[in-house]
Design a protein. Structure first.
Length: 268
């Protein structure tokens, strides 16, 4: 019909991003592994392993090694390091790409970690190994059980899972993504992998060695953190619909995030 003009609104297809290994079976495996480990500890299994590892670390603590572990453990400081670094990178990427999307990634990461790691710590109520050597000087067999709701206040009773390790997996994954975006996808694969994978391994070792956590606290955090990391990496941040008032900050940015280090440029 003459004089009638048809307008169409073009919408981006929102599809979940691929992760490696692909499929949801691996996510189910991670959650099942976390549940199985928690059940085993509640049933009294693996406690001897935790105690044996702690005895070994106490017997092998030269000053140089202890201070090295103490310094490296600072990599897991969430409020003092990880969130400020991720937030600063997100602001830089947002300004360069004229996009609010990097800020959404950081906000979602904070909410996901806050709503999972903290409540689990409160629920499981496990003392840290340091409660044996510091006030109130619990006996090892008293400090090591999980779901120990009889612990007195101030016994470092929020040890399971390790927040340092779980946060490191999630936040360093976000930092790696933002570094890719800030370098327009030119971050070397080796640097990407180093940022993404080295800190969680370092923190698993240092938190166990320093007595901040039992070994199984860190292993549980690996399972939980990897699951949360995969959830965040599935979200297609570049394709999420935004309100009309944010249309001027609706830009896209390089968000290559595959665990094999390959970076992908967004396509329009």
């Amino acid at each position: 019909m003459v004089g009638v003009q048809e307008t169409r609104t073009v919408r981006r297809k929102v599809r979940l991003r691929p992760v490696r290994p692909g499929g949801w079976w691996f996510d189910v495996l991670l959650v099942a592994g976390f549940g199985a480990l928690t059940w085993a500890l509640a049933a009294g299994h693996l406690l001897d392993l935790d105690l044996a590892v702690r005895r070994w670390t106490v017997d092998h603590d030269p000053a140089a090694l202890w201070w090295t572990a103490r310094i490296l453990n600072l990599l897991g400081q969430g409020g003092a390091l990880l969130m400020p670094v991720a937030g600063g990178l997100a602001v830089a990427v947002a300004w360069r790409a004229r996009s609010v999307r990097p800020l959404l990634l950081v906000a979602a990461t904070f909410l996901v970690t806050y709503l999972t790691i903290g409540p689990l710590k409160v629920w499981t109520d496990r003392a840290a190994p340091s409660a044996v050597t510091k006030e109130p000087f619990l006996a090892p067999e008293v400090a090591v059980p999980i779901f120990n709701h009889q612990l007195p206040p101030g016994t470092y009773d929020m040890g399971y899972p390790s927040g340092h390790v779980a946060n490191a997996i999630v936040w360093y994954g976000v930092i790696a993504v933002l570094l890719v975006a800030l370098t327009a996808g030119r971050l070397p694969v080796g640097a990407y992998r180093l940022v993404r994978f080295a800190p969680p391994v370092i923190l698993l070792c240092t938190t166990t060695y320093l007595g901040y956590h039992w070994l199984t606290d860190g292993l549980a955090a690996l399972l939980l953190g990897w699951f949360l990391d995969r959830l965040l990496h599935r979200v297609p941040w570049n394709d999420l619909p935004l309100p009309a008032r944010l249309r001027g900050w609706d830009g896209r940015y390089p968000d290559g995030r595959h665990t094999d280090g390959r970076h992908t440029e967004p396509t329009n």
